[in-house]
Design a protein around this ligand. Sequence first.
Ligand code: THU
Length: 163
Amino acid sequence: MKAQYLTISYKRFDWSDLPEDYKDLINKSHEAQSKAYAPYSNFKVGTCILLEDGTIFTGSNQENAAYPSGLCAERVAIFSCSAHFPHLKMKVLAITCDLDKLLLPDILAPCGACRQTICEYESRQNEPIKILLKCPGNQVLEFNSIGDLLPFSFKSDALKKVQ
Ligand code: THU
């Protein structure tokens, strides 16, 4: 047996050090948060995607009385973005939420299903998507790729042998 270790990397920015274009994405994501339909959890999440041509696409969580029929903000934005602009690459995905409602002191990181979805679209466009997470204390985390949030991911390569 050999213990193995994996390193992930990300950057932590204070708001004052954050590049202006990132500030804009976080602000737009925050605006989108107010459009969430979250009557059951009362927890609003907003997302904002920057496409390679500069187009900005937003999303928010959409809930349902039949709980599993609802969808997270990340997937609302990604699916909608891909449906409208299938040939444009997604460069950055910013995510914000009601930080004061988080019991955890630190971050709202995307759920497993959203990580898997981001992973699929990274593979599809063959280019990483940067992820920005707004944190308490007016800080922002930047991940260069979903690989840092979803190591050992399941990708289409795994299906090659059965196709
Ligand atoms: N939610 C998101 O929209 N994104 C996440 O990354 C985590 C959770 C939503 C789903 C549900 O509407 C509410 O937050 C509570 O789980």
